[in-house]
Design a protein around this ligand. Structure first.
Ligand SMILES: Cc1cc2nc3c(=O)[nH]c(=O)nc-3n(C[C@H](O)[C@H](O)[C@H](O)COP(=O)(O)OP(=O)(O)OC[C@H]3O[C@@H](n4cnc5c(N)ncnc54)[C@H](O)[C@@H]3O)c2cc1C
Length: 497
């Protein structure tokens, strides 16, 4: 008889895990609490506009290719990718913008334009970043985080110093120009911590940025979710939406059933791709591995205040991805990590996918605005509105146009929505940060140490936050399940002899 495997959630990690598990002949069912799939990468459609609710940057295309290749497929079997040109631009003030092109040569020119001679250290920096990328993304991140020995290889031995130093220190050593340094520090923000708290080894993110480039799947990031759903269903996975799991039943140290409002479902194995902290609250207390104090001490990636805006005209002087770094970065970072509070003057990010894709009606523009925030902040409609006013006024000044009177509608998403929609711990947006002490084997484990057949996947476990790591996490957890099943089969055979 096939092993029945229940998976909680339908985010990238759960979908990835489901594909690997179903490919191996298991009977896999996904239980998703929301009415639509995709988790943090769901889609919002309104009045002819389409928005990605969560991720908008498609980085590390090789990870997606590797995922689909494991099933004899390629991303192009499901969606069309476009390399963005320019990749993005960054505002530092009025009439002060740096544009990041779609090749290292163009980026070197932009650096030279800003500071003569800066392309020389840039090329050196990116060469080192590429070397780290080859070690990390081709090998290290595909290790399950079971033992510290996974990190000890011939290639990593020479890089120990890079785990002690930080991205900020390395960047500032080479680049005295604050704007160029900030651009080089930006990619590690995806890992959820400050550049001053992220090991230099993570400079592989800079290679992802400048070396590989930024892509856009036609239709938006949700097309990748749709692709993975199609693949999962081709492989035989059943997806049940509107099925919140209320309890994981444990008998004799084994998860035996999951409870939902639509019934109780018996199972041989449970994999949870829901936020780790929440997943453990579905267990009786004695089967939880990590205490509230443990979670409270961890460095979480920021939450966010997001706006999805339909404009009745095309927006000028912006690119598909535009960053607004025209205020003090350190003060905003302090409000996120050191003394959690609403930032006085926030940095923000804006995306206009309708610059390159037909995701808005003709002559109109779809805009997504994101302000990173500390998780756990008080979230009210008044605060959201006041921050919209704050950033949109700055936006008008910097991009030299009136946009307020062209807003057709705006929807927002913030801390309370992350908690209500995803059971997110303190409303974090993208999981637990990759700091030195929250890397690899130091992260919450993929396999429960207290419940024999219970596993976790997703951005709070190994390897960390982001879409590519979530795909990898799904693969890693499936491999652990296969190991477990092989061992139980061997034990069964022994007991029959
Ligand atoms: C605003 C934002 C912007 C981002 N930008 C980028 C980006 O540009 N590029 C990038 O690579 N990454 C980005 N990320 C990060 C990336 O989106 C995430 O790392 C990734 O989507 C996480 O996938 P996951 O499978 O771990 O979790 P999730 O997507 O959160 O999936 C967990 C699922 O579990 C479900 N669930 C929770 N509780 C239960 C329950 N009790 N029963 C059943 N189901 C349950 C939830 O509804 C959810 O569907 C961004 C994230 C956010 C929020």
């Amino acid at each position: 008889m096939n092993t029945s495997i229940s998976i909680l959630g339908s985010g990238f990690s759960s979908l990835a895990a489901s594909c690997y598990l179903a490919k191996n002949g298991h009977d896999v069912t996904i239980y998703e609490k929301n009415k639509s799939i995709g988790g943090r990468a769901r889609q919002l459609r309104r009045d002819g506009f389409t928005f990605d609710i969560g991720p908008t940057w498609y980085w590390m295309p090789d990870v997606f290719e590797r995922f689909f290749a494991d099933f004899g497929k390629s991303p192009s079997d499901y969606y069309q990718l476009e390399k963005l040109s320019p990749a993005y631009s960054v505002y530092f003030g009025e009439d002060d913008k740096i544009t990041i092109g779609d090749s290292l040569e163009k980026i070197c020119d932009a650096f030279e334009n800003e500071e003569k001679g800066s392309s020389i250290p840039l090329k050196k920096f990116i060469k080192k970043a590429k070397n780290n990328y080859d070690i990390a993304i081709k090998d290290l991140v595909y290790k399950p985080g079971v033992s510290p020995l996974e990190l000890v290889t011939l290639k990593t031995m020479g890089k120990l110093g890079q785990f002690v130093s930080t991205i900020k220190r390395d960047v500032r050593k080479e680049f005295s120009n604050n704007k160029l340094a900030q651009i080089l520090e930006f990619p590690v923000l995806f890992l959820g911590a400050k550049p001053s708290n992220t090991p230099s080894f993570y400079s592989f993110m800079n290679y992802a940025d400048f070396g590989l480039g930024t892509f856009h799947p036609k239709g938006g990031m949700f097309e990748v979710i749709r692709a993975m759903k199609d693949l999962a269903e081709e492989l035989g996975v059943t997806i049940k939406t509107d099925h919140a799991v209320r309890k994981i039943e444990v008998n004799n140290g084994k998860a035996t059933a999951i409870h939902t409002d639509h019934g109780i479902f018996n199972t041989d194995i449970v994999v949870s791709g829901a936020d780790y902290h929440h997943s453990e609250t579905l267990l009786p207390q004695e089967f939880r591995q990590y205490s509230e104090a443990y979670w409270d001490k961890k460095v979480f990636a920021p939450s966010s205040l997001l706006f999805y805006v339909g404009f009745d005209k095309k927006i000028e002087n912006v690119d598909h991805h535009t960053l607004f770094f025209d205020v003090d970065f350190d003060r905003h970072a302090e409000a996120i990590y050191d003394s959690p509070s609403w930032p006085e003057e926030p940095l923000f990010y804006a995306s206009f996918p309708s610059k390159t894709d037909r995701v808005a009606p003709e002559g109109k523009e779809a805009g997504i605005f994101l302000i990173p925030l500390a998780p756990g902040l008080k979230d009210t409609p008044e605060l959201r509105d006041s921050y919209f006013e704050k950033i949109i006024s700055r936006f008008e000044k910097l991009t030299e146009q009136d946009v307020k009177s062209h807003v057709l509608f705006k929807e927002s998403f913030c801390v309370n929505d992350f908690i209500n929609d995803y059971n997110s711990y303190k409303g974090n947006a993208y999981g637990m940060a990759n700091t030195l002490f929250q890397t690899a084997f130091l992260r919450p484990k993929l396999k429960s140490s207290k419940v024999k057949n219970l596993y976790f996947t997703g951005q709070l476990t190994v390897p960390g936050p982001g879409v590519p790591p979530s795909l990898i996490s799904g693969k890693l957890v499936a491999e652990l399940v296969f190991k477990h099943l092989k061992k139980s089969l061997a034990n069964q055979r022994l007991s029959f002899q």
